[in-house]
Design a protein around this ligand. Structure first.
Ligand SMILES: Nc1ncnc2c1ncn2[C@@H]1O[C@H](COP(=O)(O)OP(=O)(O)OP(=O)(O)O)[C@@H](O)[C@H]1O
Ligand SMILES: [Mg+2]
Length: 406
């Protein structure tokens, strides 16, 4: 970016022309995402290979509070930390630096052992989230250059929700639906998949990885892509309930930004509302894939002798006949797992999904458990005892320790 574009980029509601498949839309993302995590965001940019000049601007919430002026400060070369400009020495590009992170950790001692651990596990969550949301860009499946992301020096691997490299994955026929709305006309592309059962995966590792950041039950459902970026990952958007028996069903749904209005895209771009017309067309498709997933789940288990779970009260093979009104499912981009509505609560019947160790309740409960135990141990002055307990848990039951982020 040149100086003018850079200043404009830090203005809320910044303006520029957007191409058809642009991920940007509102002129808010850079600022709102940054200030949701930190008090000071600095952006440095170098425009071209032939130009060594670097421009840098900063939005500092403390400066704004002090001066009562909403302004981006020009950061002079002498005030630029090396890590801001270092990545721009070899090539043009843009660096976004967050400082004074006031929302990430709330430990009294931000440099203590617990804060350090929490930071590492947060980094792991970020890595999984990025690998999922941007998997097409990371795998080179989206137009343009293949995206490379690194977290703590580690390349982020794409996470394919449909396990297309597994031989046993069943791809159902694709359906294209044309939506004509007041906001625009466009095609919605629907591709359902039935994933393999645990025993049909090429390896236990592949099966575990396929379970995804939210695990099998909550990862079933729609994968909604806006311009190849995931804006919903799992959940049936109130067309049916999530259920153990249909956990192998995952459905890709693609739309382009000209249908943003119909899908109710907002500035977080992390939730969608399926247009009514589309819901009607989707129901028979979803019914078919859910029935196929259900069949696969049961027959593979019968064949391999795995204990089938008892039917759960919310289980249904077709579109939900549950008459309880449900709140819309929404997804948050903040790292918080999507919250299912009461009617869409994942069911965990006895016998589980063939995983022998006790199943944790879900990422939301787990995310709360670790900090709560750490805080309680610190409060009781027994942080050292908890360290020993965690070590023993890691040895005796590493899966559970891992689930808890230890
Ligand atoms: N990493 C980057 N490299 C180059 N330009 C950038 C980068 N990030 C943001 N910009 C520029 O800054 C502008 C503002 O970004 P911002 O994310 O706030 O809004 P947006 O991407 O236009 O819309 P949205 O709110 O939908 O994300 C962008 O339009 C783009 O021109
Ligand atoms: Mg943006």
């Amino acid at each position: 970016m040149d100086a003018g574009t850079l200043t404009e980029s830090l203005r809320y509601g910044s303006e520029r022309a957007y191409s058809e498949d642009d991920l940007g839309k509102f002129g808010f993302g850079l600022k709102s995402a940054s200030t949701s995590q930190c008090r000071r965001v600095t952006v440095a940019s170098r425009r071209g290979l032939q130009r060594a000049r670097i421009e840098a601007r900063c939005l500092d919430l403390d400066h704004i509070a002090r001066t009562n002026r909403w302004e981006a400060i020009v950061v002079e070369p002498s005030d630029r930390p090396a890590h801001l400009t270092e990545p721009l020495k070899a090539a043009p590009g843009t660096v976004v630096l967050w400082e004074n992170l006031d929302r990430v950790l709330d430990y009294k001692d931000p440099y203590g052992t617990w804060a350090h651990r929490r930071m590492l596990s947060a980094a792991q969550e970020v890595e999984e989230h990025l690998g999922m949301v941007f998997h097409r860009f990371l795998a080179g499946e989206a137009p343009g250059r293949r995206l490379k992301l690194r977290v703590n020096g580690q390349d982020v691997a794409p996470w394919d929700p449909f396990c297309r490299d597994e031989k046993a994955t069943d791809a159902h026929p694709e359906t294209n639906i044309t939506l004509a709305t007041v906001g625009g006309t466009g095609i919605v592309r629907i591709r359902p998949y039935v994933l393999p059962e645990r025993q049909e995966f090429s390896s236990t590792n592949a099966w575990q990885r396929a379970s995804g950041p939210l695990k099998w039950n909550r990862q079933q459902g729609f994968y909604v892509y806006r311009a190849n970026r995931l804006v919903q990952w799992g959940g049936w958007s109130r067309i049916r309930t999530v259920d153990e028996h249909t956990k192998l069903a995952r459905v890709a749904l693609d739309f382009a930004p000209n249908l943003d209005h119909a899908f109710g895209i907002n500035i977080s771009k992390a939730s969608v509302r399926l247009p009514g017309e589309l819901r009607d067309a989707l129901e028979p498709i979803i019914s078919r894939v859910a029935a196929a997933a259900n069949r696969r789940y049961r027959t593979t288990r019968q064949r391999t002798g795995a204990t089938p779970p008892r039917p759960s009260p919310t289980a249904s093979a077709g579109p939900s006949s549950d008459s309880t009104p449900r709140a819309p499912e929404t997804h948050s981009d903040s790292g918080t797992p999507p919250r299912s509505s009461a009617g869409a609560t994942p069911t965990k019947p006895p016998g589980g999904d063939g995983f022998d160790s006790p199943q944790p309740k879900g990422p939301a409960a787990l995310a709360d458990l670790r900090p709560a135990l750490e805080a309680a141990a610190a409060h009781a002055g027994r942080a050292d005892a908890l360290t020993d307990i965690v070590r023993a848990l890691r040895e005796k039951n590493p899966e559970i320790a891992h689930e808890l982020g230890w």
